[in-house]
Design a protein around this ligand. Structure first.
Ligand code: SAM
Length: 230
């Protein structure tokens, strides 16, 4: 039997014009397309991006936003079991994910659970435009040049590890800033910074760019990226 190809496809951060031609071709050709949603009946940014270009059937898979890894994986496994009649016999299954497919992409959790159920499954990654690239474009500046060190730091890491990582770079993108309890204290203790800028819901119709000190007031928004520069 031909092994299933599980293809995690980066579709860019939100603006449908930032999806690649390759991503569209792969999604269009896949036997099955699953789209990640944060909860039952909730909207999927990745799904909206591909719907701007393609008329295809997509099946939502709930990726619960919880820190309990076992509960998350149990939920994913249960959905895969329910969907078994749809994927058994398929040659390719695409999962469009926001941004790039290899950077903090939830596709990794689904792949691991699927691999445990079906060891022959094969992983493929299609790269996409990451949120920090979009944020750099919104800032109207280059992210890094020459010997400058650019770091990508997740707001879900330990606060002391975040401060340590920020201290050692010239320029940084902080993902998920809403996950960091005291964003301002962490950023300021690793400062000084000549530029602080936050992009919320970048590329979406309600995009918001917040510059300077106001960017450090904790955002409620999950789709938010903070850019820092010395
Ligand atoms: C699970 S990570 C996915 C990252 C994604 N794979 C990438 O390459 O951009 C989700 C985080 O990406 C960032 N992000 C993704 N899309 C964004 C957008 N449209 N605007 C601002 N930040 C975004 C936010 O920091 C968000 O919390």
């Amino acid at each position: 039997m031909i092994p299933i190809r599980f293809i995690a496809v980066g579709v860019g951060p939100g603006d449908p014009d930032l999806i690649t031609v390759k991503a569209l071709k792969v999604i269009e050709k896949a036997d099955l397309v699953l789209t990640p949603v944060p909860g039952v009946g909730r909207a999927s940014v990745a799904d909206a991006i591909i719907r701007a270009h393609l008329e295809i059937e997509t099946i939502p898979v709930v990726f619960p936003m919880i820190r309990d890894e076992k509960a998350r994986d149990d939920r994913l496994r249960e959905q895969l079991e329910n969907l078994r009649p749809r994927w058994e016999g398929a040659e390719s299954v695409a999962l469009p994910v926001i941004g790039d497919s290899a950077l903090y992409a939830t596709a990794a959790y689904l792949y691991d659970v699927w691999k445990a159920l079906l060891p022959s499954i094969q992983l493929e990654l299609v790269p996409g435009v990451s949120a920090h690239s979009l944020a750099g474009a919104r800032a109207g500046r280059f992210l890094a040049l020459g010997a400058t060190i650019f770091s990508v730091v997740p707001g879900t890491a330990r606060p002391d590890a975040i401060v340590e990582a920020l201290r050692h770079c010239d320029s940084a993108a902080l993902y998920k800033p809403s996950a960091l309890k005291d964003l301002r204290a962490a950023v300021e203790s690793a400062g000084p910074w000549s530029e602080v800028l936050r992009v919320d819901r970048g590329g979406l119709p309600d995009e918001r760019v917040v510059r300077g000190d106001a960017a450090l007031s904790a955002p409620d928004e999950y789709l938010s990226t903070l850019l820092l520069r010395r």
